[in-house]
Design a protein around this ligand. Structure first.
Ligand SMILES: NC(=O)c1ccc[n+]([C@@H]2O[C@H](COP(=O)([O-])OP(=O)(O)OC[C@H]3O[C@@H](n4cnc5c(N)ncnc54)[C@H](OP(=O)(O)O)[C@@H]3O)[C@@H](O)[C@H]2O)c1
Length: 330
């Protein structure tokens, strides 16, 4: 196996876990002939890093370590990976990208080079493997996905607030898959009171960690009979009428929730959109027309064309009888 193939395999291994707040990392070890002698990935924060797992599994001398992210140099809950690579007598380390975390950020490469190990940064970028981690370390905030669902004519609920269900079964399954990739799912109090959602992943056979349910509340208290497990509730303090959504995101990031999905409703969706805090969007457009004005996807007034912001549409597909449009905010 050449280094490029080994990196493809390491990326695949990295994607197998969601160890947030730590990054997804995969590692493949090659001997001098390019034979794979070990591999591993970081499964859970607090547990062994990918390089250590791979080295522990090594079936012979290691010449090259191919690892998706720069090895760490700091003592956290586990010892530094640079130390393990040096002790194992590795000759070359091929790294996907430099770790954007301030505690590493080039120091891993320096330590390895000072120990006489050849280091090459060969891609792919951590942003392609673990967008939530890369975004958090670069901006201090989690990556925010805004999920919207409406009829083809843009109505997210009836005038009286009924929205179950606007989209069909397959679109709802796709939405559960988005939850499965999220560390936290956020709604406003209006949605809690109207729908009493669970905000959990309900896919047959799903064994991954459930996202943390998060509620943004204003004046109305959380109902005692809500259906969420251990929701995190943000309410205004210091006499303010609104929660600062940027502060909420910074707090969620600090708790290790690096991929956050906002599921509405229209008031919260508009607030987070207007605050410029949305990174990605997924819009489900149901194959049906409401034929009148109920609740829009985003509340508030659209006063001037200059207020609209561009979205780079990266894909559109049919899910059952509905359309799913994916994009990232430019
Ligand atoms: N089709 C869909 O996919 C979908 C998804 C979600 C919701 N919905 C529908 O949307 C309707 C609910 O609409 P909605 O606009 O009331 O829902 P919402 O956005 O979930 O909730 C709005 C409420 O959240 C609180 N809130 C939002 N931003 C805040 C901030 N920055 N600071 C403090 N509090 C904040 C306020 O609570 P207080 O009132 O306590 O101040 C506000 O009234 C329901 O009919 C629901 O079925 C549809």
């Amino acid at each position: 196996m050449n280094e490029e193939q080994a990196m493809d395999r390491a990326v695949m291994l990295a994607m197998a876990a969601r160890p947030h707040p730590n990054p997804r990392v995969g590692c493949v070890l090659l001997d001098a002939d390019g034979t794979v002698v070990g591999e591993g990935f970081h499964e859970k924060a607090g547990e062994a890093h990918a390089e250590r797992i791979a080295l522990d599994s090594a079936k012979g001398p290691v010449h090259t370590a191919v690892v998706t992210l720069e090895p760490c140099t700091h003592h956290g809950r586990t010892p530094p990976c640079t130390e393990a690579l040096i002790e194992a007598g590795v000759k070359r380390v091929a790294i996907g990208s430099v770790d954007p975390d301030d505690r590493v950020s080039g120091s891993g490469i320096k330590v390895l080079e000072e120990a006489g190990i050849e280091v090459a940064v060969v891609g792919p970028d951590i942003g392609d493997i673990d967008p939530g981690y890369a975004h958090h370390r670069r901006t201090g905030r989690p990556r925010v996905l805004l999920k919207l669902a409406a009829t083809l004519d843009g109505q997210t609920a009836t005038a009286s607030g009924e929205s179950r269900w606007i989209t069909g079964e397959q679109a709802r399954l796709a939405a559960h898959r988005l939850r499965a990739q999220s560390d936290a799912v956020v709604v406003g109090m209006g949605t809690v009171l109207a729908d009493n959602p669970r905000l959990d992943v309900r896919i047959e056979g799903f064994i991954g960690p459930q996202p943390r349910p998060v509620v943004i509340s204003g004046t109305r208290p959380m109902p005692a009979d809500h259906s969420m497990v251990d929701p995190l509730i943000y309410a205004p303090s210091d006499g303010r009428s609104e929660v600062d959504l940027s502060d909420v995101l910074i707090d969620l990031g600090g708790r290790g929730y690096l991929n956050v999905m906002v599921e509405g409703g229209p008031t919260l969706a508009a607030a987070i959109w207007k605050a410029g805090l949305v990174d990605d969007v997924v819009v489900f457009l149901a194959g049906r027309i409401a034929g009148g004005v109920g609740k829009p996807m985003l509340a508030g007034v659209f006063g001037s064309l200059s207020e609209a912001r561009d979205v780079h549409i990266s894909g559109a597909s049919l899910v059952g009888k509905d359309l799913m449009v994916k994009g990232s905010v430019i």
